[in-house]
Design a protein around this ligand. Sequence first.
Ligand code: DON
Length: 355
Amino acid sequence: MAVAVLAAAGASAQAPAQPTTRPRPPPAAGLPTDAELQSAMQRAYTANKGVTEGKNADYIPALAKVDPNLFGIAILTVDGRVFSIGDTGQAFSIQSISKPFVAAKLMSEMGIQQVEEKLGVNATGEAFNSIEAIERNKEAKDPPTGNPLVNAGAIAAVGNLKAANADARWSSVLDTLGAFAGRNLVMDQEIYKSEAATNTRNRSIADLLKAYEVIPGNPAEALDVYTRQCSVAVNVKDLAMMGATLATGGVNPLTGKRVVSPDVAERTLALMMTAGLYEDSGAWAFEVGVPAKSGVGGGIVAVVPGKYAVAAFSPRLDEAGNSVRAQKAIDSIVGELGGSVFRVAQRPSPGPTRR
Ligand code: DON
């Protein structure tokens, strides 16, 4: 399997994956080199291609039909270098990976503190579609939604975006995801229809949030836009680009456009660290040590702030709804490159103190 590398200047995320022939400048100080990134990615791909643990999500019938053997990885550095391997052009539904980016949009519109007060920022410790967590938070007088990365918080985030009608709400979400990805994205109609026909649990959540006055408008409209949001089609390079836009502090590394403020990017990464892999977020922080977000479509994006984002896709999920291969691949890459945000760089020993 050839490893593809794109030069930053003028390259688009969708450009054919050809090795560049132009001389490339060395990476900025502190960033991994091309060779380090390529070999870490190649090793993660080869080591995990044979992993067959887990199974496709099937509570959304269309997801059960996706080829479980698909596997792709992409890395995008803050200085715009792109590396990818495997099924990198394969489109899949973004699902919950959309949630932090819509939360970022809401923080930009409503204010960071207002989102904290209204939707919450604490881990629920429960499954992403828990109704019990809503009730428990309500009783504790915390925001019933928990945080914007579980279904309750994400549906409420959509319902709180500024929009005059359903079309404007959907455009706001789609434009936000596109700005992070650096290209116009579209919805996968089959996934949308499949999810919209079966999302009875999310309907209950939306109605409950209306009863608890967290969604100001029509809860069915918020839910429909949320379902569309989860059905947006992306590939691993799109996800890596979205993550890299957070890694830079809010500027898309290839378009050069500021998408969110550094403050909003920082808080979005904090949400991902707290709740990005649902009830397994603590174990992920402990073992891998970087903010990340998973989706039941099989994607995960992880961010090493100030350095790079790495995205992986493979449909077989563990019990918590996180892709098994994607977790292993990202763990391997971040571990090999020493990317944990909790790791202190070793300084040379100062030697014995002289008097
Ligand atoms: O609302 C749902 O259940 C899905 N559209 C998204 C869930 C999801 O991706 C959770 N991820 N791990």
